[in-house]
Write a protein that binds this ligand. Structure first.
Ligand SMILES: *[C@@H]1O[C@H](CO)[C@@H](O)[C@H](O)[C@H]1NC(C)=O
Length: 936
């Protein structure tokens, strides 16, 4: 599953935001965990976990036959259902317990299955419901002997309209201006129970047969192909679509959809989308075919040995996210539909990676599922990693792999350096606890750790091990030991690992301990030896700890720059050890963790850091680009944690004037954004800008006419260009602002949008000083667009206006309810608000002005919810950098009065004092002094 994170939560911290795609990257690259981190701060030892949420183990399901009847084509939410649960009593019991959430039970009957298959009625059991555990228990009135039974339940339910979970309703407007409805599902992790009573735990796999009765004008799709579409007796205008039985699978993987969608096909794959968007489906279908083939080949396990078809479906108005249902993968439209004349390279990349992510799940999750949610990393870690590998295999020319470390490894390092973070393997039993497990540990860290072992075992061995694992556990559940066993079997007798060391021993040190290490490298320049040692890395402190990880390491040096050789590793299996000989001369630099395939940071003695910085100044290409990204990210974060000198870290970054690869720049972007957020609007800002100019200036000059997009421009060049030009325009380069404003004016005059790949920069910065007519033109581009990804991008740029009145009129769109705004999708209103405060100070002030009016603030809350107003306050606080801005904030809070809670105000004030305190901290003084010296 691809997470759909609450939009407003994502925007609180600016430090990791990739500039330019600010503030709303597509879901799959949108990775900040502000919200989840709060949850993770609780201690989560297994013995505190409430096991009463788990189902009793004396009965197990073998098959479900589900019949649903829906009128959703009219927009009606009510549906009826009947399910026959075929189950085995494996320990004699008088009770059968299944899950249910919000379904109303109409009747139930129990049958015993005789050896000849005949059903004998056993009676009508009484039942009771526990709303805490969501368990529905049927009492047979007597002990049921071992054997097979069928429990038949009739029920009614309502389609969800305010959440994207369970069986829910969406809609779109077709080309005849009619509203059409779409019924769709999202069952992971615990939402199958919202569509039919079931044993809703991942290990309780069963086959599923589904019949759906729906309007004859609509059609239904599910995991399996339809075997028949028959007129529904007694229901004029309705048909029943009957699907063949699924393979044995978890309930959370069942999926269906009822809509009037169009379809395109290629071989055994189909892609479903609304008819007025089907012309944007070609890339998704092509990518699906290429990637599924690539992954079938990679795993040596053919998808089509288990499933007769693969369908992908684009759900309108779903915002973000995607779900890997076996045979029927569903996406938000932004994750599947690509229109080359409207969508950007980022959308295309996002689609390729999310498709590969979901298709990787067809093996890791669908064919072999987790024994319990504690092993969700066996699903999401593999999908995270193979999302990039799969996209890279299908489109090698795009070099998607270059994005892996900066979008995942570096991203995992943030949350994973908190002292209350969970380990990869972690139990949870409540529905909210289980959804909390879908965090950066399950995705980014697990993918990074899996990639580390893929590298040390060698890709060939790893693939062989995966084949053993997938084959041994097919159609069943797996624990971490099953993975280790497969990998171990693939390398036995091959001397891949040191004598007496097992895959389990090594991997357990990474999967069962929280956090990750920093490898300290201390050189002896006289005898060429090195002492390596390890400690757990915390983001903001150094505390003694006994953690030991089995750390695979390798190194390159100035005289042996063997960055491409990832064939052999040493292991640090204790706190520290001495390497007698590195082969590096005293004036050679030494770099550990080649290509950053190991999931850890590396720190060096100050002299080696200096040698590295000098080498980068002389010739960046002497050091692998992935290691350049690593060095930037490590140097900065080690300095923040008091393990390195911030001035040396900032000095190291100055080589970037000669850097033209994206990965190191992406790492640097995090550093620059961190300081920008602190220094904008302060007396230190000018010094900082001088520093930014020294880094960005030469690279920007090299871009020339950046608003032009050459036909053959490489993907990574597009990423680099957006990053550099966004900084250039942000710090006010006249050439940057000239090009953007000219390009925007030309676009308005000729009524021709600029190339999508430069739209963000051109529109966002071209709006500086733009007339109301220009603004209205841009707004019309957005409001008339029927492409969701394009709308999102345009909303983000509309927030960039530098005119308060323009922004206030945009805000009125987010709040307004008149019919002309019918086309605003759910999620777009709050996106408008966040685009306004994210783009700059003017936006914050526009919000202050508008929302200081109590009636307006009330309307705002009525439309967007209290959370949105709280979020405006917290985001304004984190963008308050000087006395004048603080006064504005205080006036705003006074005007709001009790429209926001005291807690919200307190949190805002804490943010302000933390920001003020930074300037008096060692890090603050060291950094601002550095920038001051730099600018003189
Ligand atoms: C850029 O590279 C040139 C050599 O090609 C070097 O002389 C110069 O110092 C480098 N600039 C920086 C800022 O590292």
């Amino acid at each position: 599953m691809m997470r759909r994170l609450p939009l407003l939560v994502l925007l609180i911290s600016g430090t990791c935001v990739v500039l330019g795609q600010r503030p709303h990257k597509p879901e799959w690259s949108e990775r900040e965990f502000v919200g989840q981190l709060e949850d993770l701060r609780q201690p989560r030892a297994d013995d505190e976990i409430d096991q009463s949420y788990r189902l009793p183990t004396d009965t197990v399901p073998t098959h479900y036959t589900i019949r649903l009847h829906t009128n959703l084509h009219t927009g009606a939410r009510a549906f009826t259902g009947a399910v026959d649960i075929h189950l085995d009593v494996i320990v004699p019991t008088g009770h059968i317990t299944v899950h249910n959430r919000d379904l109303t039970i109409v009747s139930a009957a129990l049958f015993a299955k005789q050896d000849d298959g005949l059903l004998v009625e056993f009676g009508f059991p009484e039942y009771g419901y526990d709303s805490r555990t969501e368990q529905l228990t049927f009492h047979a009135g007597q002990q049921l002997p071992l054997g097979s039974y069928v429990l038949t339940i009739e029920y009614t339910g309502l389609l969800q309209t305010s959440s994207n979970s369970g069986f829910f309703l969406k809609s779109y407007v077709n080309d005849e201006d009619e509203r059409r409805y779409v019924g769709t599902t999202q069952f992971e992790s615990t939402n199958a129970r919202m569509a039919f009573p079931c044993y809703d735990e991942p290990l309780l796999k069963a086959t599923h047969t589904l019949w759906i009765t729906h309007s004859a004008d609509y059609s239904a799709v599910s995991n399996m192909p339809a075997e028949a579409v028959e007129e529904a007796a007694g229901h004029e205008g309705f048909v029943t679509t009957k699907f063949g039985p699924t393979p044995k699978m978890s309930t959370y993987l069942l999926a269906f959809g009822v809509s009037d969608f169009a379809v395109i096909e290629d071989g055994q794959q189909q892609l479903y989308a609304r008819p007025n968007a089907i012309h944007e489906a070609q890339f998704g279908l092509e990518a699906g075919v290429k990637i599924l083939d690539a992954l079938s080949e990679y795993t040596y396990v053919s998808y089509y040995d288990y499933m007769p078809k693969l369908s992908q479906m684009a759900i309108p108005d779903r915002g973000g996210g995607a779900m890997e249902n076996w045979g029927l993968v569903k996406y938000a439209e932004t994750g599947l539909l690509f229109n080359p004349s409207r969508n950007t390279y980022r959308t295309r990349k996002g689609i390729a990676v999310v498709i590969a992510h979901e298709l990787a799940h067809q093996w890791f999750g669908d064919l072999v599922g987790p024994h319990w949610w504690s092993y969700i990393w066996l699903n999401e870690g593999f999908a995270n990693l193979y999302g990039y590998i799969g996209a890279d295999l299908a489109y090698p020319e795009e070099r998607y792999w270059d994005l892996y470390a900066v979008e995942n490894v570096h991203n995992a390092f943030g949350p994973d350096s908190s002292d209350t973070i969970r380990p990869m393997t972690q139990d949870a039993t409540t529905p909210s606890g289980i959804s909390g497990l879908f965090d950066s540990i399950a995705y980014d860290k697990s993918g990074s750790v899996i990639n580390m072992f893929r590298t040390v075992l060698g890709d060939d061995n790893f693939r062989a091990g995966l084949k053993i694992y997938l084959t041994n556990r097919q159609l069943d559940g797996a624990v971490a030991d099953d993975l280790y066993a497969g990998l171990q079997a693939a390398i036995d007798g091959k001397e891949v690992l040191p004598e007496g060391v097992t895959v389990k021993l090594l991997m357990d040190s990474w999967t069962t301990q929280p956090g990750y290490p920093v490898l300290n490298v201390r050189r002896n320049y006289d005898d060429g030896s090195v002492i390596v040692s390890q400690e757990r890395f915390y983001s903001d402190k150094r505390v003694p700890n006994d953690n030991i990880w089995y750390i695979p390491y390798s190194f390159a040096s100035a005289s042996d720059p063997s960055f491409d050789d990832l064939s052999s590793f040493h292991w640090l299996a204790q706190k520290a050890e001495r390497i007698a000989e590195t082969g590096a001369a005293a004036d050679d630099w030494l770099i550990f963790n080649k290509q950053q395939t190991g999931y850890y940071r590396v720190n060096y003695d100050a002299h080696n850091w200096l040698l590295i910085a000098q080498a980068l100044q002389k010739d960046p290409s002497a050091i692998h680009r992935f290691n350049r990204a690593q060095l930037i990210n490590d140097a900065f974060n080690l300095a923040r944690a008091d393990r390195h000198d911030m001035a040396l870290a900032l000095d190291l970054l100055t080589y970037l004037a000669n850097e033209t690869e994206y990965a190191p720049w992406a790492a640097a972007n995090g550093v620059l954004t961190y300081f920008y957020d602190k220094l904008r609007g302060t007396a230190h800002y000018h010094d900082f800008i001088v520093y930014v100019d020294a880094l960005v200036g030469k690279v920007f000059d090299g871009l020339g006419e950046f608003v032009a997009v050459p036909e053959d421009e490489p993907l990574l060049q597009k990423y680099l260009k957006q990053l550099i030009t966004t900084w250039a325009c942000r710090v006010g380069y006249t050439e940057c602002l000239r090009q953007t404003s000219e390009a925007l004016n030309t676009a308005v005059e000729t009524n021709t949008p600029v190339h999508p790949d430069v739209q963000y920069v051109v529109y966002c910065y071209g709006l500086k000083g733009a007339s109301d007519d220009v603004y209205r033109w841009l707004f019309n581009q957005m409001i008339t667009s029927k492409n969701e990804a394009e709308r999102q991008l345009l909303i983000d740029t509309l927030g960039c206006a530098q005119d308060r009145e323009q922004l206030i009129s945009l805000l009125s769109v987010a709040i307004g309810g008149n019919s002309e705004l019918d086309s605003i999708l759910s999620g777009e209103r709050s996106r408008i608000v966040s685009s306004i405060y994210s783009a700059g100070r003017v936006g914050v002030e526009a919000l202050f002005q508008a929302l200081s009016n109590p009636e307006y603030a009330q309307e705002f809350v009525n439309r967007l919810g209290q959370g949105a107003l709280n979020s405006v306050v917290s985001n304004a606080a984190s963008r308050t950098n000087n006395e004048a801005e603080l006064e504005q904030l205080e006036n705003f809070l006074a005007a709001l009065g009790d429209a926001v809670s005291a807690d919200t105000v307190d949190a805002a004030m804490r943010t302000i004092s933390t920001k003020e305190a930074w300037f008096k901290s060692y890090e603050g003084v060291r950094s601002t002094t550095y920038f001051a010296d730099f600018s003189n």
